[in-house]
Write a protein that binds this ligand. Sequence first.
Ligand code: G3P
Length: 229
Amino acid sequence: MLLVIDSANVEEIKELIDYYPIDGVTTNPSIIVKEKLDFFPLLKEISEIIGNERELFVQTLTFKAEDIIKEAKYIRETVPGNVVVKIPVTNEGIKAIKTLKEIGIRTLGTTVYTPLQAYVAAKAGASYVAPYVNRIDNLTGNGVNVVKEITQLLEKHHYNCQVLAASFKNIQQVHNVCLDGAHGVTAAPDIIKGFLTHPATEANVQSFSDDWQKAYGEKSVVNTDKVKM
Ligand code: G3P
């Protein structure tokens, strides 16, 4: 299962890459503008930080297929690394995804709200689809269930397209899509950090250390090597 950071914040990306088994970084226009930095230099910096092993997802902005294709080619030529182009699943977006598949540019169908949008994007040749879990919930839908249905549909019909669930506001949503078969999740840094947070874990770690120090007067097994009971 893929674990992807949904952010363009260089410091947060560096920190998460350092600590967690991260597979890539997703961005979108709103995420990029939050950073108030020049677009392509920022993408190049992110690409350098994450290296060629991880994927960097960059979104197009235009509405017509021919313009989307131009943007996709430009992004691929300008940003180094393992870049996947994110394209919204509109009619024009699907047309662009079909052409990009033919010329070997990998795409992710984004802004997905329904299983049929995901189906069309996968059939057009998208390597990924990104259902927007929390945004679906905010429209009184059931984001987790949409992810489950998309996963079932793509697997049942053997599409070579991964479900990268996106748009999370809480850990429970992530937990549920993981159990329901998503191939990956992309989440904001604070959500990812929350995966490991548990007061019981912290208390256990502290009490192991306390027990050890009481017995050996040391804080590390390395130093304990020199202590005789
Ligand atoms: O990757 C999609 C995502 O950025 C949308 O998330 O949190 O703005 O709903 P959000």
